[in-house]
Design a binder for this molecule. Sequence first.
Ligand code: SAM
Length: 258
Amino acid sequence: MRKAISFLMHLFSSNTLHGTHSPFVYALLRDCVYSKMSVRESVKSYYSGMKERKDVIEGFDHGAGKSVRIEVGALAKKSVTQHFESNLLGRLVNHHSSQRILELGGNLGKASATIASMNENADVVSVEGNEGLVQMAKDGFDTLGIKNVNLIHATFDSFFQTNEMKFDFVFIDGDHSYEPTLRYYQRAKECLKGQGPIVLHDIYWSKGMEKAWASVKQDPDATVTIDLFFMGLVYFRKNQEKEHFKIRFPKSLFGFFL
Ligand SMILES: C[S@@+](CC[C@H](N)C(=O)[O-])C[C@H]1O[C@@H](n2cnc3c(N)ncnc32)[C@H](O)[C@@H]1O
């Protein structure tokens, strides 16, 4: 109910291309957000096919803080980004010519596989704490012939403790609660080079995520934020007035009811 109300409010308060006056955001919407470029069919159908699987996966979910035992099909339906979301991530990486991408929350590997196969010259580093998922995601990359994803089995905190890499694009899609999301956002900023973006998934998923998104918007370094409802984009552009955009993404209406 809370999410439905937030969604309706978003619909009424958001703009499309034509209500957007910032040249940076206008070009981003025209050339990337509203573009139709999508991942090759083999990647899409591989992850769609996973929804039918009845085998069970076990492991420790560091977001929920407990052991989980779940059918792969159920996981593929509810835990991974929808096609329109992972395609948008791939287009964003393409639009910004990002070279090294960090994903927090690899899961079955769908988002990283999509980004990687839409951007074969980029390197994707994906972090996942559940060992069973790591193995399953790696099997998927092998099946699809995807070679530019480095999937790391670690908790997000332990990854950041030892990480020395810099990234020009970060996708945060792990523990969807307030305090951990802000912690990962801060750590992501520390290893970000350039103007971003840092992308937060599911910014209206819970009250905690709404609060985390509101805090991120207050960050003085975050000069441009774009609320697409199903994800939020944060840019760190120098010499730019701070500005927040709410953008209507046609497929999110469809995606909301999936
Ligand atoms: C929503 S799923 C990610 C979906 C994925 N980005 C995709 O669309 O293909 C979140 C994943 O984050 C992992 N996760 C959550 N908190 C974590 C943590 N603190 N450390 C490591 N992994 C974590 C969970 O095991 C889960 O697989």
